[in-house]
Design a protein around this ligand. Structure first.
Ligand SMILES: Cc1cc2nc3c(=O)[nH]c(=O)nc-3n(C[C@H](O)[C@H](O)[C@H](O)COP(=O)(O)OP(=O)(O)OC[C@H]3O[C@@H](n4cnc5c(N)ncnc54)[C@H](O)[C@@H]3O)c2cc1C
Length: 252
C-alpha cells in the first residue's frame, strides 16, 4: 500500500509570532516568504508548518505550508506559496504581505514525509508545481551534508518559467554529483536533452528509473491531489514497490 502522509499535530507545538524577513518571487505564480521564528525550532527535511492569519474582526484562517529551506537554516524558514486566484490565504501573501509583517506559525509538523541525511538511497523525488517545496528541503539538505546517496528529482511544470527554484536546481544538476534533475514541461517543448515535454506517465518513469542505481529505496511524491494520484499509479506501473512510495497531497 502507498503510504499517504499523516499530519499528527502535537499539542506541545505552540503558535508563535514570526516576522517576514524577505520576499522573493520565484515564478509568475509562486513567491517565497522567509520568516524569522521568535522561538527557534529544528525540523527535518519534508516537514511542514501551519500558518494562521487573524482579521481585525477576529476571523481566522489557517493553512499548511511545507518548509522549503534546509534543516541547517532554521533561523530563516522559507515557504514557497503558490497564488490561487480564488483562494483565501495564498492571495493574502501575494497581495498584502510585506517584509516586517508578523503572522502566526506553528511547527514543525509531520513525521512521515521526511528524508534525513542518514537515510539510505537511491531516492526518487517526484513533484509538480509548489509540491517541489518539501522536496527542495530534502535536496538542499542532501547538498549541505554532501550526501553521496543517489537522488533524482522529476519535476513537472507547465512551462520553463514555472519551474520553481529553477536556477538552483540546474546548478546542482550541473555539478554531476549524486543529485540529478529531470524536468517535464507539459505545455512547451523541453529545452534540455533528457527532459520531457508531457505529463508524467509509466513509460517516462521506466526510463527515469534506469538513471538511478537499483534497487530504488524510496520515492517521495508531492503536489496537487490529482498529480499525486496519477504519479503514484504511474510509479506502480513502472514496478516501483507501493510500500516504498510516500505521498503528500496539497488541496482537496
Ligand atoms: C501538508 C501540506 C503542505 C502544503 N504546502 C504548500 C506549499 O508549500 N505551498 C503551497 O502553495 N501550498 C501548500 N499547501 C496548500 C496550502 O495549505 C493551501 O491549501 C493553499 O495555499 C490554498 O489555500 P488558499 O487559502 O489560498 O485557498 P483555499 O481558499 O483554501 O482554496 C481554494 C480552492 O483551491 C483548492 N486548492 C487548494 N490547494 C490547491 C492546490 N495546491 N492546487 C489546486 N487547488 C488547490 C481548494 O480545494 C479550494 O477549492 C500545502 C498543503 C498541505 C496539506
Amino acid at each position: 500500500m502507498i503510504e499517504a502522509s499523516k499530519s499528527p499535530i502535537t499539542p506541545a507545538i505552540r503558535w508563535q509570532k514570526v516576522t517576514i524577513n524577505k520576499i522573493q518571487k520565484r515564478t509568475p505564480t509562486v513567491t517565497s516568504f522567509f520568516f524569522t521564528p521568535s522561538v527557534l525550532f529544528s525540523f527535518r527535511a519534508g516537514q511542514h508548518v501551519e500558518v494562521r492569519l487573524t482579521a481585525p474582526d477576529g476571523y481566522r484562517a489557517q493553512r499548511a505550508y511545507s518548509i522549503a529551506s534546509a534543516p541547517e537554516n532554521s533561523g530563516s524558514l522559507e515557504l514557497a506559496i503558490e497564488k490561487l486566484e480564488t483562494g483565501e490565504v495564498s492571495p493574502f501573501f501575494h497581495e498584502a504581505a510585506q517584509v516586517g509583517d508578523e503572522i502566526e506559525l506553528r511547527g514543525p509538523i509531520g513525521g512521515h514525509f521526511i528524508w534525513q541525511g542518514s537515510d539510505s538511497g537511491p531516492i526518487l523525488l517526484a513533484g509538480a508545481g509548489s509540491g517541489v517545496a518539501p522536496l527542495m528541503s530534502m535536496i538542499r539538505h542532501h547538498a549541505n551534508t554532501r550526501s553521496d546517496v543517489p537522488m533524482l528529482l522529476l519535476l513537472s511544470a507547465r512551462s520553463w518559467e514555472d519551474v520553481i527554484f529553477r536556477d538552483e536546481l540546474l546548478a546542482l544538476d550541473e555539478k554531476k554529483g549524486a543529485f540529478k534533475l529531470v524536468l517535464t514541461i507539459t505545455r512547451e517543448m523541453p529545452k534540455r536533452e533528457g527532459d520531457y515535454g508531457r505529463r508524467i506517465d509509466t513509460p517516462m518513469l521506466v526510463e527515469i528509473l534506469k538513471r538511478l542505481p537499483s534497487p530504488l529505496k524510496r520515492t517521495y511524491v508531492c503536489g496537487s491531489n490529482p498529480f499525486v494520484t496519477v504519479a503514484s499509479e504511474a510509479l506502480v506501473g513502472a514496478a516501483v514497490e507501493p510500500g516504498s512510495i510516500r505521498t503528500e497531497r496539497y488541496g482537496q
